[in-house]
Design a protein around this ligand. Structure first.
Ligand SMILES: [Zn+2]
Ligand SMILES: [Zn+2]
Length: 339
């Protein structure tokens, strides 16, 4: 089968479309024929070698949707089932899993595109526990990326920030794949949304996605504008990382909660403890999402409440060009590759 394989870390030239052996569904696994795979900013970090535990070579990609074509022993799915993947299947047995906190699972290390082969391929062998049914009303090109975008935003806002209806949410990097869906998720949860973008040409797309207000500003300079317009936000969703971190923190009102999800540059940040103390500000981390979060966003997409934003659908052979566009921030929503 054809697959995009990463060997040594490096630039887009490291993405090689190769002929590799078609995988086989082991016990508890199914073989999925990939119909679409999302191009995530994390794919760039994977390719650059930011994760030392990554297996090499590896088939990259962690946002796929497709059909089950082969069922391993005890997998509990059927040929023809439409499925999308979680980042990794929870073990179901560790203390976190038993407490219903599957994103904190310590028993499963099978992470697509990192420790097991991922979705930039014609087929992927996946643990059945890492898959969720994709409703017939959601096309593969839209379903592929809803876990790593909308469901991630839903966990951050609902489970971590405990966002309540009527509160104001600030979202940085708002036109990216997570951001443009986070705007919609925050609206579905009843919040008012202030979207931050560095590029004026993205304002219209953010308004169309449901943002109540858009601030166009450089990464470190938006807090004054946000405070002037809102008096400070209740919740901030930090999707960028170091470049916007302190401006986001300083956009909070007293008692505000900031949830850190994005870490685009993987750089350290400096925080002034006195500011946290005097403002009683909370800084929270949020990783991935649960099966329950994904089921909710898929249902909203199936009913048309959530509108997945597909930036482009390209053949798998154009993986290099697709990642180049993500690196250049020349994307609103998600680019999808089709094997
Ligand atoms: Zn992703
Ligand atoms: Zn577990």
């Amino acid at each position: 089968m054809r697959a995009v394989v990463i060997g040594e870390p490096g630039g887009v030239e490291r993405l090689e479309l190769c002929d590799v052996e078609r995988p086989v569904a082991g016990p508890g696994q199914v073989l999925v024929r990939v119909r679409a795979v999302g191009v995530c900013h994390r794919d760039l970090l994977d390719r650059e070698g930011r994760y030392p535990f990554m297996k090499r070579p590896v088939v990259t990609g962690h946002e796929f949707a497709g059909e089950v074509v082969e069922v391993g022993a005890g997998a509990g799915l059927a040929v023809g089932d439409r499925v999308v993947n979680l980042h990794r299947g929870p073990c179901g047995a560790c203390e976190a899993c038993r407490a219903g906190e599957e994103t904190r699972c310590s028993g499963s290390l099978a992470s697509f595109g990192l420790t097991v082969d991922g979705g930039y391929a014609e087929f992927v062998a996946a643990d059945a526990s890492a898959l969720v049914a994709l409703p017939a009303a959601v096309p593969f090109e839209q379903g592929a990326f809803l876990f790593c975008t909308a469901a991630v935003a839903l966990r951050a806002l609902r489970s971590r920030a405990r966002l309540e209806g009527g509160e104001t949410v600030l979202i940085t990097g708002a036109s990216g794949g997570v951001g443009i869906h986070a705007v919609q998720i925050a609206r579905i949860l009843g919040a008012r949304v202030v979207a931050i973008t560095s590029r004026a040409e993205k304002r219209a797309a953010l308004i169309a996605a449901g943002a109540d207000d858009v601030v166009v500003a450089g990464p470190a300079a938006f807090q004054r504008e946000v405070l002037a317009r809102t008096g400070g936000v209740h919740v901030a969703l930090e999707l960028v990382g170091e470049p916007t971190f302190n401006a986001t923190l300083r956009s909070l009102r007293p008692g505000g909660r900031m949830v850190v999800v994005g870490n685009v540059t993987a750089s350290r940040v400096e925080v002034t403890p006195g500011w946290l103390i005097m403002r009683e500000a909370a800084i929270l981390g949020s990783v991935s999402a649960s099966r329950h979060d994904l089921a909710d966003v898929l249902e909203w997409a199936a009913r048309g409440r959530l509108k997945p934003v597909v930036a482009a659908v390209l053949p798998l052979a154009q993986a290099r060009a697709a990642q180049g566009r993500v690196a250049a921030q020349d994307v609103i929503g998600r680019i999808v590759l089709v094997p």
